[in-house]
Design a protein around this ligand. Structure first.
Ligand code: ADP
Length: 762
């Protein structure tokens, strides 16, 4: 049996696990008749509850739904009416058109609002999610005040038609778990509620219910729209929505909350009129949300719903991520630094290598240059030595040839003999000229040619230059004119020897390259001022001329205008090159104009000084008779020795001969020598050492015998070497009669103890 009820007609209704039975209690003996309930299902046809209405209708619940019997028909309410299940255990009418239904199973309760004809107007569900404290229902009853009492496994939820109340252990219930169907309201209106652990009697019901506190409850948490389990609240950040409810005011939300956590640590209560709190992307950390609902008297003294949850940090917020990033950054910095360092090192290595290579190259080049320089110096030295040797070797025999022919010409000769000797003498002189040219040229090349400044007569120089050609001119029947302009000063300062050399060259060429006509030498004053005078020497001929294209090259060394001229006219091709160089040395120029077959004109412009140092030189006259002297002639070449001896004895001097330096020193030591001519290059002891020995010997006596060196080395430097060793003067071979006589006059006269001014003799 599941329930038993007496209706207004005193019929007793009994519901059982195998159907519904009814008995009329006015008829004795009481007999129960089964009452057909067509909608019950299953084998057992369980009827859970039967409740007669005041209007005679009968409510029956069981497997298959809730039925209302009006005496003729059943109206059945089930899932088609919006109920959750067909198997209905509990039900209670709050009003005659509002029925509360509880199911077999943990489903909460449903409320049916009925129209006057008992059709369903609205079905609404109440459960743990919103209103009830548990979905596990123990009873659904109505008290006489019209309240619906819903016993659950977590106390009693009471609805008075406006709001919900709760009855739990905190406000009077002895135990939270209500016993099945354990509800009884007595005649006083006191209510007895049975629990699994005894029963409670709720007196003065109205007051208690009013006082019972409202209870907010957190009913759900959604993250990015996904519901979360409220059990384990560790979640990663996202769009959070926390929903809560007032267990007494379904749908009517009025709350306040406070949130403690890293994002909201204010701890102040915030009012909120929504049953939900929205937290967009809360930061990582622990949160504590407290929610309160207002009490019936308006205060906030009731229960507080608490939700504690933790937002786990995103990986980039975690310490290990920060550490990782730190390590990464450090690694990057180190890597960048390392790369940079490596690149710098590499660059500096490359640079160092380049510098080393370059240095090596430069060193090699320097070495090469040094070697080349040494070679050049050596070859220059060799050239100088060669020239010196050659000139010595040539000059010494030339000395003999010239001297001996001169001596021979001074003797009685037949006409034919004289002619032969004359020719020989002239040839020797030409040879000497060539030799002098070559020497001059190498001196100019080496920059060793000095230009002197003495006073000289311009006319005299021109005449001197022309003199050697008198014979040739006569032979060729050429006319010759000298025209010195009147404006040209009679005397000027310069190097007459070099001027004569240039003019000799030009006149010589003119004579050489002219077959008929005239050679004319003119001198003009181009310019005159304080600095001096600029003269133009013009040597003009009526000879073969020079082709225009050859004109520039005739001034180059060893070049001739026409290769064939060499064979026809002879020559070295040095004359013009030397002349131009000499002109330039004297601050002048040498140029030419020419027409083939008509003739050539060479113009030499030279600058001379108005003043010059007074000449310390003897004049060019052969001095008159000098007292006979005892002269030592030291010379290894027999011909030269004999020549000098003859030239000196011719003038009445007595000669003592020596063939080398040692002999010379010995002869000098024998005493009586008043003048010495000493050759430089001699075997056994050279002239320089011999002079030193003589001077050494003299130092004890205080005497000073003049010594004149004879040198074939016409190169610069010979003079210095001669004078350094203690000689008084020097002569360049081949020595002429005139030069010897002049030297004897100069040094023989000053043979007294005073040392004379050292000077070469010309
Ligand atoms: P060289 O010893 O050959 O005469 P130069 O330097 O004096 O050497 O002259 C060079 C060349 O210039 C000559 O070989 C000749 O061809 C030409 N030359 C010089 N002077 C004259 C001139 N007066 N008339 C024609 N040709 C000349």
């Amino acid at each position: 049996m599941t329930s038993i009820k007496l209706d207004g007609q005193e019929r007793l209704w009994v519901s059982t696990r195998s159907g519904l039975f009814v008995a009329d209690t006015k008829r004795k003996p009481i007999r129960f008749e089964p009452f057909q309930v067509p909608f019950v299902r299953g084998l057992t046809k369980t009827i859970y509850r039967v409740v007669p209405r005041a209007d005679g209708r009968i409510w029956v619940s069981g497997t298959g739904g809730l039925g209302l019997w009006d005496g003729r028909n059943w109206i059945v309410y089930g899932t088609k009416s919006g109920l959750r299940k067909e198997s209905i255990v509990f039900f209670a009418e709050r009003t005659d058109r509002e029925v509360w239904v509880g199911y077999a199973g943990v489903e909460g309760v449903s409320r049916l609002q009925l129209r006057p004809d008992f059709s369903v107007a609205e079905t609404e569900h109440f459960n743990q999610e919103g209103t009830l404290h548990s979905n596990d229902i123990s009873f659904v009853e109505r008290d006489r005040g019209g309240r619906i009492w819903i016993g659950t496994a977590a106390g009693v939820d009471i609805y008075d038609g406006r709001r919900w109340r709760y009855l739990g252990t905190e406000n009077g219930l002895i135990w939270h778990d209500c016993a099945l169907g354990a509800f009884l309201e007595d005649s006083n209106g006191d209510v007895l509620v049975g629990t699994e652990n005894g029963f409670s009697m709720i007196k003065d019901t109205q007051q208690r219910l009013l006082d019972s506190p409202t209870t907010p409850k957190i009913i759900g948490l959604w993250r990015n729209g996904e519901p979360q389990k409220l059990a384990s609240l560790r979640l990663s950040s996202g769009d959070l929505r926390i929903e809560f409810a007032n267990m007494r005011l379904n749908g009517n939300a009025n709350f306040r909350y406070r949130l403690a956590g890293p994002d909201a640590a204010s701890g102040l209560w915030q009012p909120i009129s929504q049953p939900a709190l929205h937290l967009p992307q809360p930061g990582a950390g622990q949160y504590r949300l407290e929610v309160q609902a207002p009490q019936p008297d308006g205060s906030w003294m009731g229960k507080t719903a608490v939700l504690v949850f933790e937002i786990t940090p995103r990986y980039w917020q975690s310490w290990w991520f920060a550490a990782l990033v730190g390590v990464g950054l450090l690694a990057t910095v180190v890597a960048v630094w390392w790369l940079r360092e490596r690149r710098i090192l590499e660059a500096s290595r490359v640079l160092e290598q380049a510098v080393a290579d370059r240095t090596h190259d430069i060193e090699a080049q320097k070495e090469q240059i040094a070697t080349l320089l040494e070679q050049a110096q050596q070859s220059n030295q060799l050239k100088s030595e060669f020239l010196a040797n050659m000139s010595h070797e040539i000059r010494t025999p030339m000395n003999g040839v010239l001297g001996m022919t001169a001596l021979a010409l001074a003797t009685e000769l037949s006409g034919e003999q004289r002619d032969y000797l004359d020719t020989a003498h002239q040839s020797a002189e030409s040879l000497l000229q060539v030799l002098n040219d070559i020497l001059d040229f190498s001196k100019i090349e080496a920059g060793r040619l000095d230009v002197e400044c003495v006073g000289f007569s311009v006319r005299q120089v021109v005449e001197d230059a022309a003199r050697p050609f008198r014979f040739a001119l006569q032979q060729k029947q050429l006319g010759f004119e000298i025209e010195v302009a009147e404006a040209v000063p009679a005397m000027l300062g310069g190097d007459p020897g070099r001027v004569r050399q240039i003019l000799t060259n030009l006149i010589g060429n003119g004579v050489k390259f002219t077959q008929r006509g005239l050679i004319r030498v003119g001198v003009d004053l181009v310019e005159s001022g304080e600095a001096g005078a600029l003269l133009a020497f013009r040597v003009k001929d009526s000879g073969i001329g020079i082709a225009a294209e050859s004109l520039p090259i005739v001034f180059e060394q060893f070049r001739q205008a026409d290769g064939s001229t060499t064979r026809k006219f002879g020559g070295t091709g040095l004359g013009l090159a030397i002349s131009r160089k000499l002109a330039e040395l004297m601050g002048g120029t040498l140029s030419a104009t020419s027409e083939v077959g008509v003739g050539s004109e060479f113009i030499c412009a030279l600058r001379f000084a108005n003043t010059w140092p007074t000449a310390a030189r003897g004049n060019s006259e052969i001095p008159g008779d000098v007292a006979a002297l005892r002269i030592l002639v030291a010379e290894d070449n027999e011909v030269s020795q004999r020549l000098v001896e003859r030239l000196l004895t011719k003038r009445g001097h007595r000669v003592t001969k020596a063939s080398n330096g040692r002999q010379a020193v010995a002869r000098f030591a024998e005493g009586g020598i008043e003048l010495v001519f000493m050759d430089v290059q001699m075997p056994e002891m050279n002239g320089l050492d011999a002079v030193r020995a003589i001077r050494q010997a003299e130092s004890s006596t205080g005497r000073h015998v003049p010594i004149v060196m004879l040198t074939a080395n016409a190169m610069e430097g010979d003079r210095e070497r001669c004078l350094e060793c203690g000689a008084d003067g020097y002569l360049t071979k081949p020595v002429s009669d005139f030069q010897l006589a002049q030297a004897v006059a100069q040094f023989g006269l000053t043979r007294v103890n005073s040392k004379p001014d050292a000077a070469p003799v010309k």
